[in-house]
Write a protein that binds this ligand. Sequence first.
Ligand code: GDD
Ligand code: MN
Length: 373
Amino acid sequence: MYDLSVIIPTFNEEENIPRIIEEVDAVFRKSNLNGEILVVDDNSKDRTIAIVQKLHTEKENVNILVRTSDHGLSQSVADGFSHASSDIFVVIDADFSHPPALIPKMYDEIRAGNDVVIGSRYMDGGGIKDWPLKRRVISKGATFLGRLLFPDISDPVSGFFAVRKEVVTGAPLKPKGYKILLEVLGKGTWENDKEIPFEFVDREIGSSKLKFRTIAEYAGQVVDIALFSVLHRGSAGWKEWERVIKFGLVGLTGIVVNMGLLYYLKEYVGLYYLVASFIAIEISILNNFLWNDLWTFRTQEKQKLSSRWHRLLAFNLVSAGGVVINLGLLYLFTSVFGVYYLISNLIGILVAFLWNFIINRNITWIKKKTGRV
Ligand code: GDD
Ligand code: MN
């Protein structure tokens, strides 16, 4: 039995494959690891298959799985999971975008009790070299969507990661497109994750196979995982839904506090209604902050904003933004588009809620990382 299996998906990688196999194998030897290399190829038209088959006759730890149907990077990695002969999998690209030298560290982190270890481009010490603006923008967009599901993970769409076999066995993966990691995080069974920074280096040989269709499929994948998480209470993504629900309930208590105070301050204290409203809004923000800090995000470990005062300040500013969004949309829809004002207000409340949750989740109550970029 091998200590780990390094899964390398390939499609027409004849120039890279012999070099990456050699390098991964050298890393194994250097770190005294009994590792398997499993190339999962989608029936390449170049010499990739022949090259790996030849290496297989020389090194018994090099294997290849040639697929002839359901072409795709994620599908190939998922097939790799079910054909690998060990309990720890590392997925790495063939084109040297990911440094094989990090494999032993990923392996150690899994052995130390992590279920998923992610090579991250988006934390201190990580980065991307030589990517044109267009790729950066697409990647940032994909990362943003992925972080809606897993805000505490800086790079949930990385192609370089390690995972324990139990995380994926039996998981109802629907692999499609490029983002197999997000699928694993969404559908797999895991508790602990760890991110390790690395610098992504764009391929020198060959070209990226990323197509527009891949982006569209990705958006569908995010929706699918969100639905899966809301329907499966045990799933990793459910924890985020739980926060959304609690945040919403807290918001409702805020409305009660706001209305009650407005009434009291105007009718009993005799304040001018706009002044009363201002005070009512501020106190309901305080109310919401306390409930969210003590309840919604109680389980949040090692907050980036470690002081409660800092979190309160952040929450207050974000909420003020929410009020502006609510009023702005109320005005826009009612006075510009002629929508009935209660409907406009509902739109305003909904968008302000999304704003409040997403921004607060990513600023006020975000896990501390060794710096996020
Ligand atoms: N088997 C198989 N089938 N392998 C494929 C396929 C496919 O359809 N398409 C690509 N590959 C292999 C390539 O041969 C390479 O080893 C690896 O998958 C990555 O393919 P690239 O086309 O070079 O991907 P990329 O550089 O655009 O994207 C990388 O970075 C993304 C993060 O921005 C990948 O690592 C992605 O998974 C990652 O999300
Ligand atoms: Mn690449």
